[in-house]
Design a protein around this ligand. Structure first.
Ligand code: 5GP
Ligand code: ZN
Length: 114
């Protein structure tokens, strides 16, 4: 867990461009944005992916969606629309194994994903 990149970001050991913070969550700009708005929303506690969620994390997941909505409004993409994505495992395209939502918007996003 000490080797986890996003745990290090939460701990301030690796710098990040903070967008929002709550008691349980941290949101920051993606270092390699795929859209004009590309914010990562993560729980401060280490959970490997959405697959690692437990019953006790139900409220946390609700908070993650509510924080995503708040940031979407702040960034002015709530009316135009946006996407919340969480990649899981190899075929899902997950590169960092600490649960995160990608909040993407500010342009028309293609579907289906590649
Ligand atoms: P995944 O592919 O795991 O769903 O997404 C990982 C995301 O983390 C990628 O969009 C990548 O650009 C982003 N990322 C990787 N390393 C860093 C970093 O050190 N800082 C920030 N802000 N984002 C990172
Ligand atoms: Zn972690």
């Amino acid at each position: 867990m000490n080797e986890c990149l996003f745990c290090k970001i939460v701990a301030g050991q690796i710098p990040s461009d903070k967008v929002e913070e709550t008691g349980a969550l941290y949101a920051f700009n993606d270092i390699d944005p795929k859209a004009p708005v590309h914010v990562l929303i993560i729980p401060k506690k280490h959970i490997e992916s959405a697959l690692g969620l437990r019953q006790e994390d139900r409220a946390l997941m609700g908070e993650m969606f509510l924080l995503a909505n708040k940031i979407a409004k702040q960034k002015g993409i709530d009316k135009s629309g946006f996407r919340i994505v969480t990649n899981i495992g190899a075929d899902g395209g997950q590169a960092v194994f600490h649960l995160h939502f990608h909040l993407l918007g500010g342009r028309s996003l293609g579907w289906p994903p590649g």
